[in-house]
Design a protein around this ligand. Structure first.
Ligand SMILES: Nc1nc2c(ncn2[C@@H]2O[C@H](COP(=O)(O)OP(=O)(O)OP(=O)(O)O)[C@@H](O)[C@H]2O)c(=O)[nH]1
Ligand SMILES: [Mg+2]
Length: 460
């Protein structure tokens, strides 16, 4: 049985210059012919693929002219879904677009589910699952880097690497199986040492992948950056200055910020998820106390801590507490309010961090802000993030699959250590092979596929 022909609105709802309705399936052209009258009386089904036709959408039952349109005609298999595809470019009004869609549905199309066009591209073998996921990521990309990495994933860079790994596993499994099943054949013997070294090599590659996941997450979600410090040092002022808007409340009353504020910004191409927190101090105020606890909690979860200090006040036990909290975290110390007379003894800061980690600034005067931005860029960009050529694991599902494959490969190595029989090896090699297949979708269940595509928007 063939799949039904599906249709959906592909452009966002609301008024716009142009609206696009998309239709895919074996009846796409014949349905289009029912509702379309070309200026030169052309029959779409007889036209060449990848051509555009001018005319009107007319309800065949009532002869009502609904809109003046351009019809894009694409015959399978060289289309997004590999099926025949029609895209109707009409005027971008809510009512017009809806009316055309309704007309297609009345004439034999079915309303597409979210992501169904891309799902067909996957099921018809044009793209694999990781590429389909890249399509969602491109649509949802919040940062330039995230977009670049998704485009590269759509191009198949990740798929290719995973395929290579799986191919090597498959060859190994086949070799082991063959030597068990047909011992009489004179094959090159696969020794335990050979299996071991090959497995170690594959494990290394899997581990390399897993290691990119942290950077991948930062590319996708932004680098989690928390501003912490004593009350009143200027944390909220810094957030506002970086955002270039008055997002957080700033007053000269210590303890102004009670809750964690979260904002996404891109600084010189570096995506940051920036968090302003409540100033850390001992307090009897219950609300503030909760805020302080939250500050500490976020701090431990962050990729980068910006510790802010006030140059016009002395180093206190609270600062000492804060430096103890951030031990082992990637951090920058920002000494603010350099426009005021200095009371802070910088030597006390040297006790906790290196000189290179300290920046002096005045948020109020805008001094040192450029240096801060350059510094952030250097920290994350020192030529190391090259999303176009390198593969980064940006998807949690992919990371989970890799972690499972890793553990199977580790079991293989343990089995070799214990000198267990060869067929035991093959079981775990097999599961590593299958886990990796989850990334590209070769070994993934219906429900996961359904779940992935349900995250799509309509018409994609
Ligand atoms: N002189 C001077 N004042 C500043 C500077 N940066 C911030 N301030 C002032 O310091 C006071 C506190 O600023 P906030 O940004 O609210 O400080 P905070 O660290 O968020 O304070 P809490 O939310 O209470 O923890 C405000 O009056 C700011 O205008 C600076 O560079 N120089
Ligand atoms: Mg504040």
């Amino acid at each position: 049985m063939m799949d039904p022909t599906i249709a959906a609105i592909a452009t966002p709802l609301g008024a716009g210059g142009i609206g696009i309705i998309r239709m895919s399936g074996q009846d796409a052209l014949s349905i289009a012919d029912k509702v379309f009258k070309s200026k030169s009386k052309k029959v779409l089904q007889e036209q060449r693929s990848h051509t555009i036709h001018y005319g009107w959408i007319i309800d065949p039952d009532t002869e009502e002219v609904i809109d003046e349109v351009l019809m894009m005609l694409m015959k399978g298999p060289n289309t997004y879904t590999r099926e025949d595809v029609i895209e109707i470019n009409c005027h971008g009004g809510m009512i017009v677009i809806q009316k055309i869609l309704q007309l297609l549905l009345k004439n034999g199309a079915q309303l597409a589910e979210p992501g169904e066009f891309t799902k067909r591209a996957f099921l018809n073998g044009r793209i694999d699952l990781s590429q389909a996921e890249a399509v969602i990521d491109i649509i949802n990309a919040q940062t330039e880097l995230s977009l670049q990495s998704s485009i590269s994933q759509l191009g198949g860079t990740l798929s290719q690497k995973v395929k290579n790994l799986r191919q090597e596993l498959l060859e190994m499994i086949a070799h082991i199986e063959a030597s068990i099943d047909y011992p009489e054949y004179d094959m090159e013997e696969l020794t335990y040492e050979m299996i071991q070294s090959k497995t170690e090599m594959l494990l290394d590659q899997v581990n390399d992948f897993i290691r990119t996941a942290d950077t991948g997450r930062m590319i996708r979600e932004g680098i989690q950056t928390v501003i912490i410090g004593k009350p009143n040092v200027g944390k909220s002022s810094l957030l506002n200055a970086l955002l270039r808007e008055q997002r957080a409340i700033v007053t000269d009353i210590p303890g102004t910020t009670r809750d964690v504020l979260e904002e996404y910004i891109t600084i010189q191409g570096v995506p940051l998820k920036l968090m302003d927190t409540a100033g850390i101090r001992e307090t009897a105020d219950v609300v503030e106390q909760i805020g302080v606890e939250k500050s500490k909690e976020w701090m431990t979860k962050s990729d980068l801590v910006l510790v802010m200090m006030d140059a016009s006040t002395k180093f206190t036990t609270e600062d000492h507490e804060i430096f103890k909290l951030i031990e082992g975290k990637r951090c920058l110390v920002l000494i603010n309010k350099t426009d005021l007379p200095r009371k802070l003894d910088i030597k006390q800061v040297f006790a906790y961090v290196d000189k290179e980690q300290i920046l002096e600034l005045s948020v109020k005067e805008g001094e040192g802000m450029d240096q801060l931005e350059n510094r952030l860029r250097e920290m994350f960009f020192a030529g190391e993030i090259n999303v176009k050529d390198d593969v980064f694991i940006t998807n949690v599902r992919h990371k989970d699959a890799l972690v499972k494959a890793k553990s199977s490969l580790e079991t293989v190595l343990e089995t070799i250590e214990l000198e267990m029989p060869e067929d035991c090896l093959s079981i775990d090699l097999q599961s590593a092979y299958e886990y990796l297949g989850e990334i590209t979708g070769e070994t993934v269940g219906e429900s996961i596929i359904h779940q992935i595509f349900s995250q799509f928007c309509l018409g994609k």
